[in-house]
Design a protein around this ligand. Structure first.
Ligand SMILES: [Fe+2]
Length: 193
C-alpha cells in the first residue's frame, strides 16, 4: 500500500448493547435456514423455521476501508439467544483461509464462550466475557455460542488477508457442541453419526 493512498485514521461508532454499527461497510444476517446442517437436531430446526418465520440467529457488521495486506478489518457480531432442540444458538464457525493468521474477540454485552478446534482434532474452549479479550490463535477454527438469554454482542478485529474458510470444517460444524443439560450449558463431543 502506498502511503499517499492509504486510509485516514478515524473513530467508528457502535452501540455496545446492540452491536449496531451505523458506519459499517458490510452487514449480513444469518437466519436459521442459512444454518441447516450445523445443528444436532434438524427436525427441531425445521420446526422453529416454520413456527417462527425463520428468525435471525446472528448478524455481523464490518468496517474496512481497503483490502490491502497489512490492514485490518473489525466489526461486531450479535448472536441472539435461543436453542435448536437442546443446542444453543451459534455462529457457523470457520478456519482462516490463511491458517497462520490470528484474530481477537472482545465481548461487549453478554457472557459466553468460543469453541476452538485444530485440524489435528485438538479442541478447547475460551470464555467470551466483558472485561476480557479472547485471543483466536493461528491454526484454530472458531465458533461462538450464546448460552444466555440476552443477545451476545462482541467486537472482533482481524487482518484483512486472513480470509474465511467455511469448508475446512467439512460442512458439519465443530467437533464439540454446547447443549443444555439439566438447565445448564454443557460442552460435549458431537455424537458420531
Ligand atoms: Fe475468524
Amino acid at each position: 500500500m502506498k502511503e499517499s493512498s492509504s486510509p485516514l485514521p478515524c473513530s467508528v461508532a457502535f452501540e455496545t448493547n446492540t452491536g449496531l454499527m451505523p458506519q459499517a461497510t458490510a452487514h449480513y444476517q444469518k437466519r436459521l435456514s442459512d444454518l441447516r446442517g450445523l445443528f444436532l437436531d434438524p427436525a427441531a430446526l425445521e420446526l422453529r423455521i416454520r413456527a417462527e418465520g425463520d428468525p435471525v440467529c446472528y448478524e455481523n457488521f464490518a468496517f474496512n476501508q481497503n483490502q490491502a495486506e497489512g490492514d485490518i478489518f473489525f466489526g461486531t457480531t450479535i448472536i441472539y439467544p435461543g436453542k435448536v432442540g437442546s443446542e444453543y444458538h451459534l455462529t457457523r464457525g470457520h478456519y482462516h483461509r490463511k491458517r497462520d493468521h490470528a484474530e481477537t474477540y472482545q465481548a461487549l454485552s453478554g457472557h459466553r464462550l468460543v469453541l476452538f478446534e485444530r485440524e489435528d482434532g485438538t479442541t478447547c474452549t475460551a470464555e467470551l466475557a466483558p472485561g476480557k479479550v479472547t485471543y483466536v490463535a493461528p491454526f484454530w477454527a472458531h465458533r461462538s455460542v450464546n448460552t444466555s438469554d440476552v443477545p451476545l454482542v462482541f467486537l472482533w478485529t482481524c487482518p484483512v488477508e486472513a480470509g474465511h474458510d467455511y469448508e475446512g470444517l467439512g460442512g458439519r460444524g465443530m467437533r464439540q457442541v454446547v447443549v443444555e443439560r439439566n438447565g445448564v450449558p454443557n460442552v460435549e463431543d458431537r455424537p458420531r453419526s
